[in-house]
Design a protein around this ligand. Structure first.
Ligand SMILES: C[S@@+](CC[C@H](N)C(=O)[O-])C[C@H]1O[C@@H](n2cnc3c(N)ncnc32)[C@H](O)[C@@H]1O
Length: 301
């Protein structure tokens, strides 16, 4: 099915991405999380050529369509190569497409608004749909499989480690009791089970962390990130920039640690000591940007 949603995704920290990637005419970049192409099109407009990677066919379809309608306005027509793949394989993908020794690599982690807002993708506790959460439809395990098959202790570990959920024990118990009565098939069922098991009012929806944990596990997000970062440093040319936007502390911790190790090994410099966050104006106009943190590293050879 073709993605036709015009509001596929609103890119975050656009000016900052362009500045920290040091985007220039005729330079080569990799956008490892193409999504709706928001950042890639900004790079194209400035004359860069890009390899855009995503695991989600719907994102790739969307960008291919957008290229057809917009490329005539761009002097850089044909300079965005769209490739399906997992960024953990960025080294091989870059090599196959002649994108080694690049000037910058961008990771804008997490899910796109299209993924979150499309009920059948099963990412959102606010929109009822099948409990899926696979960014890549070729993955074999869905969130439904995990929720119905993991033992109580495994659910507890999952929610406490990947969701940083301090009420993981009571939530796991509720899931075990609920699934004795009927299989948990939908996002709505799971959200309701979590909500019922937790008393009291919370600032965010009570199922936020449970959904985060399942999404990270289904897509193996943290291992993919670790692998991708260590490959990326080898793909950058001298003064090439690695820019990463994260949306929760587990991801940010991995990026911070990797950048520190790169610096200790003499691979280059952390350009900004503290991560850059969106301005209050950006958060007001795009609430989903609120937890974004951008870190940047420059390779020196
Ligand atoms: C926040 S969105 C990117 C939005 C994009 N920067 C824009 O401006 O439209 C994250 C995208 O990364 C993709 N993604 C997540 N993990 C991935 C992985 N391991 N490999 C490739 N793409 C991935 C998702 O499918 C999603 O489309």
């Amino acid at each position: 099915m073709k993605a036709v949603n015009k509001n596929f995704h609103t890119p975050v920290l656009v000016e900052e991405v362009i500045r920290f990637l040091n985007v220039q005419d005729n330079k080569k970049y990799i956008d490892a999380t193409l999504g709706g192409g928001g950042h890639s099109f900004e790079i194209l407009r400035r004359g860069g050529s890009i390899l855009g990677i995503d695991v989600d066919e719907e994102a790739l379809d969307f960008v291919r369509e957008k290229l057809k309608t917009q490329s005539s306005n761009l002097k850089t027509e044909g300079q965005l190569r769209v490739v399906k793949g997992n960024f953990k394989d960025v080294k091989a993908i870059a090599k196959e497409n002649g994108f080694e020794n690049v000037d910058g690599i961008l990771f804008d982690l997490g899910v796109s608004s299209h993924q979150l807002d499309t009920p059948r993708r099963g990412f959102s506790f606010g929109k009822n749909g099948p409990l899926d959460m696979r960014m890549d439809k070729n993955l074999s395990v869905t969130a439904k499989d995990l929720v119905n098959a993991l033992r109580k202790g495994e659910l507890y570990e999952l929610f406490s480690k990947l969701g940083q959920e301090y009420r993981a024990r009571v939530i796991s118990e509720s899931i075990i009791s609920a699934r004795r009565l009927e299989k948990i098939e939908t996002t709505g069922q799971l959200a309701e089970i979590v909500k019922r098991s937790l008393k009291g009012i919370t600032k965010t929806h009570p199922a936020t962390r449970v959904f985060q944990a399942l999404r990270i596990a289904v897509n193996d997000e943290l291992n993919n990130l670790r692998e991708a970062l260590s490959s990326s440093i080898g793909l950058l040319g001298n003064k090439g920039r690695l820019v990463v936007i994260t949306f929760h502390s587990l991801e940010d911790g991995i990026v911070k640690q990797n950048f520190k190790e790169f610096e200790e090994k003499g691979s280059g410099t952390i350009i900004i000591k503290k991560p850059v966050e969106p301005t209050p104006e950006e958060v007001r106009s795009n609430i989903r940007s609120r937890s974004a943190k951008l870190r940047a590293f420059e390779k020196l050879m």
